[in-house]
Design a protein around this ligand. Structure first.
Ligand code: ATP
Ligand code: MG
Length: 178
């Protein structure tokens, strides 16, 4: 099973993000609003007995709820070509704390440490060889984007089924925060 740990978003925020989406970058593959999420830890394919350990470890994790603000915009690029458009996340100690606790819990289950830098974001669109001028103009036009403070009261273990033109994410378990 292909798994990842993420925060889902309230519908108010999804609607705000959806309002930005859909036009301005020809060829962009806009993420459907039900798929918006903030990945805290990508796990990947693991056998089901390890998935059970992961679930146990996440159930045992104690961390506090907090507020999350989405703000700003940016892109990831591969070889100088923009590959993803995202909305940024205000970096706060409780977000980092939760992410670190999840990382420690997963390592105790025998998973390899995550070596990539944590760059919290919500992907809005995948890009394949886009017109870079359009991408830059889009980012610039929406750079002041900001949501209200969104309450985070749980995190979720999702499975991901990669389909032809989009992934299907299924919440497998939710973990309440104090
Ligand atoms: P697709 O791969 O078809 O574009 P996707 O990236 O949305 O779809 P997954 O590849 O299953 O679906 O990834 C699930 C989540 O984990 C996404 O938020 C993705 O950005 C993130 N992710 C995937 N691979 C990694 C990785 N190697 N390191 C960090 N995060 C990752
Ligand atoms: Mg992927």
């Amino acid at each position: 099973m292909r798994l990842f740990v993420a925060l889902d978003l309230p519908w108010s925020a999804r609607e705000q993000l959806a309002a930005l989406s859909g036009s301005g970058i020809p060829g962009a593959r806009w993420v459907p609003p039900e798929n918006y999420h903030l990945t805290l830890r990508f796990i990947g394919d693991i056998p089901s007995h390890v998935a059970r350990d992961v679930d146990d470890a996440l159930l045992g994790l104690r961390s506090r709820g907090f507020a999350l603000t989405l703000t700003g915009m940016g892109t990831f690029s591969k070889g100088g070509v923009s590959s993803a458009l995202w909305v940024g996340v205000e970096r706060t100690p409780p977000l980092d704390h939760l992410r670190n606790k999840i990382e420690m819990a997963l390592q105790r289950c025998g998973l390899e440490p995550e070596r990539r830098k944590f760059q919290p974001h919500v992907t809005l669109a995948r890009l394949d060889n886009p017109a870079e001028g359009k991408v830059a103009a889009f980012v610039q036009a929406h750079n002041l984007f900001r949501t209200e403070a969104l309450p985070v009261e749980h995190f979720t273990l999702f499975s991901s089924l990669l389909c032809k033109d989009h992934a299907v994410y299924t919440p497998e378990a939710e973990y309440e925060l104090a």
